[in-house]
Design a protein around this ligand. Structure first.
Ligand SMILES: *Cc1c(COP(=O)(O)O)cnc(C)c1O
Length: 343
């Protein structure tokens, strides 16, 4: 099976497994796990924040950040395609009682002006706008990168309006590799930011949420209360440390492969539109008069042993990562060409 469904599908390499096996461990909740301690210090440093906390998932990072930064009844400004709105089972409402004010942006990004317009004027009738959340890179927009100037402008506008800022950095390292800017620079204007290790970095489990000292203390209380506090988490953190050393620069290969695949897709009959990838995610639309996307995905899997994601009747997602090769990319576009030709 060749798996282009998601960069979450990566499996730990032999070397990563060796790092896991060699991990020094202790009780994370007592700060006695030296490997987890090293990981959070290193990530806090990289992200330019005072402190950080290890969490089991990116979703928990988002939900804890919203919960710490908002009160029930508050509003969170975000972009309509974001993970917080679409893939977290309504948890901002269920866990934190917030209203998501989703802006219709461009490729997952909104401008400082759009942000200002989304703030409700202060009134006892309106929700209190409390937080602005951005997603770097924007997943459903095709791994789109927020330019640093736009991030800075939104963060400055938020600060001026007295709002807190949060960055969902599930693929922040992809953005850093694509722009050549350090992750800390990209996250500079944001009060809280997290990175996912179980996406393109190839780890089995883990995310790290960073921010100010007071914020992380509060985040720890939620981690404890929501059942995310761990014990010998060094087993997981060792994989993350390994990924920081070995799996970041190579993200450039994923981006190059995504660009190559996008170019070839654009030349296939029956593909109506390809969203040009900034990083490792390629979205494309199949023609309205051809096979529906779910059927194409099914045939690709059954007949060619290749997985892709059908996101609607017409839209397909392909994600490049550690476990797919340039040759796999060729097999993907050849197989798609065959499936679409036969119709
Ligand atoms: C995957 C993802 C998340 C959630 O991360 P998990 O580790 O799967 O919980 C959040 N935001 C974005 C943009 C993602 O792609």
């Amino acid at each position: 099976m060749i798996d282009f469904f998601s960069d979450t599908k990566t499996r730990p390499t032999a070397a990563m497994r060796a790092a896991i096996a060699a991990a020094e461990v202790g009780d994370e909740q007592k700060f006695e796990d030296p490997t987890t301690n090293r990981l959070v210090e290193r990530v806090a440093d990289l992200l330019g924040k005072d402190a950080a906390v290890f969490l089991p998932s990116g979703t928990m990072c988002n939900e804890i950040a919203v919960n710490v930064l908002c009160r029930p009844g508050d509003a969170v400004i975000c972009e309509e395609s974001c993970h917080l709105v679409n893939f977290e089972a309504g948890a901002p409402a269920a866990l934190s009682g917030v209203v998501m004010k989703a802006v219709a942006g461009t490729r997952g990004r909104f401008t400082a002006d759009q942000m200002r317009q989304a703030v409700w004027p202060a009134s006892r009738y309106a929700p209190k706008t409390r937080l602005v959340a951005v997603e770097q890179t924007a997943n459903l927009a095709g791994g789109a990168v927020w330019p640093v100037d736009q991030l800075d402008a939104v963060a400055a506008a938020a600060q001026q309006a007295g709002l807190a800022t949060h960055m969902d950095g599930a693929r922040l390292f992809n953005a850093a590799v694509a722009t050549g800017l350090p992750v800390g620079r990209l996250a500079a204007g944001f009060d809280s930011v997290w990175v996912d290790f179980s996406k393109g970095l190839g780890c089995p489990v883990g995310a790290v949420l960073a921010g100010g000292r007071g914020f992380i203390e509060e985040a720890w209380a939620r981690k404890q209360g929501w059942g995310g506090a761990l014990r010998q988490s060094g087993i997981l953190a060792a994989a993350c440390l390994y990924a920081l050393d070995h799996h970041i620069d190579r993200l450039a290969e994923d981006h190059a492969l995504a660009a190559e695949i996008a170019d070839r897709l654009a030349a296939i009959d029956g593909i109506a539109q390809v969203v040009p990838p900034d990083t490792n995610i390629v979205f494309f639309d199949v023609a309205a008069d051809g096979l529906p996307a779910p059927e194409i995905a099914r045939r690709l899997q059954d007949e060619h042993g290749i997985q892709i994601g059908a996101f609607s009747e017409r839209r397909i997602r392909v994600v490049t990562h550690l476990d797919v090769t340039v040759e796999d990319g060729r097999r993907l576009t050849d197989a798609l060409g065959q499936v679409l030709k036969r119709g």
